[in-house]
Ligand binder design. Structure first.
Ligand SMILES: [Zn+2]
Length: 319
């Protein structure tokens, strides 16, 4: 497990997040200009519109998104462009203020921050641990979009590129329609050399399965078939895992990773009490649950991953 804000490295100095619920997930989308960040953001907006979720977008890539206001559904008030500097270092106060006013005015279910091409996602994420936004932000996920063509050409793979790639929770290898299919494995290997842990998701035109970033809530009825999804370039599966009380968290973590899970979220009862379990890329976290948690949700973890998704808590001890 890597060290991240809120998971140890800065834990001593960071304000702890109050366990109020539901908290709002924030996705930070980074990557070079031309990597396809904007099409990924548009794709997330279309998905939110289809699923009836309210999204607020903060874009630091000025003028790039050229946003289709209709996708925002709310007359455009949920879209803010931050201009005049980089959101990870120069406009950090503006970012916090903007997020706070979006929360007040829009009450978004999801927030997407599109950084400039030179911004570092980790530095951007640190602002989510500042008051007052730390009170309502839920999971913060760094997605770094990599243009396959750029990688294939070996263009600008310098320090900024490496810094972005190594702080990703998910790497989106995008624009795969612009390179030879036979080169994809070699490109992934190249990314692996720089960042060995973060899952790599293949994409064309920024189409990434939105469930990876915004985990759906457990369905009212347990089990049942996976609902049909709009085709995204790389198809993932989702399952609901029943987790018995008193499970050893390490056993749960290894079951998720062995079973090809890329993302998981749910509530489990451990020996010390109920905890929120989150798997975000290579990060496995146990967090405080909300005070007003519906007991019917405990013991149920939604898991998203590659087919064949074989997450099971049985068998490890018997094998
Ligand atoms: Zn910056």
């Amino acid at each position: 497990m890597r060290l991240r804000a809120g998971s140890g490295i800065l834990g001593g100095d960071m304000p702890t997040r109050e366990p109020k619920f539901p908290r709002t997930p924030v996705i930070v989308v980074s990557g070079f200009l031309g990597s396809g960040k904007t099409s990924l953001v548009r794709h997330l907006l279309r998905d939110a519109q289809a699923s009836g979720s309210r999204v607020a977008v903060v874009s630091n890539e000025f003028g790039e998104l050229g946003i289709d206001r209709a996708l925002l559904g709310g007359g455009g008030q949920a879209f803010v462009e931050l201009d005049g500097g980089c959101v990870c270092c120069q406009l950090t106060d503006e970012l916090v203020e903007t997020l706070e006013s979006l929360r007040r005015e829009v009450r978004p279910d999801r927030v997407v921050i599109e950084t400039s091409g030179v911004a570092l996602p980790y530095d951007t994420q640190l602002n989510l641990y500042r008051e007052p936004v730390s009170r309502w932000v839920g999971e913060d996920i760094a997605v770094v979009v990599v243009g396959a063509e750029q990688l294939a050409a070996g263009r600008d793979l310098t320090q900024t590129f490496e810094d972005q790639v190594t702080s990703a929770d998910y790497l989106v290898l995008n624009k795969l329609d612009l390179v030879d299919a036979g080169r994809v494995e070699a490109l992934e290997a190249r990314l692996r050399e720089i960042e060995p842990e973060a899952p790599i998701v293949r994409a064309v035109r920024g189409r990434v399965d939105p469930r990876l970033l915004f985990v759906p809530r457990p369905r009212p009825e347990r089990g049942g078939p996976d609902p049909r999804r709009e085709h995204s370039h790389e198809d993932f599966a989702s399952r609901e895992l029943e987790v018995p009380p008193g499970i050893d968290p390490e056993r749960l973590e290894s079951a998720l990773l062995r079973g090809r899970a890329l993302r998981a979220k749910g509530f489990v009862e451990l020996d010390g009490g109920v905890r929120l379990v989150q798997l975000v890329g290579p990060r496995f976290e146990l967090l405080d649950p909300p005070d007003d948690l519906d007991p019917g949700l405990v013991g149920r973890v939604v898991v998203i991953g590659r087919e064949p998704l074989r997450v099971s808590l049985a068998g490890e001890d018997d094998a």
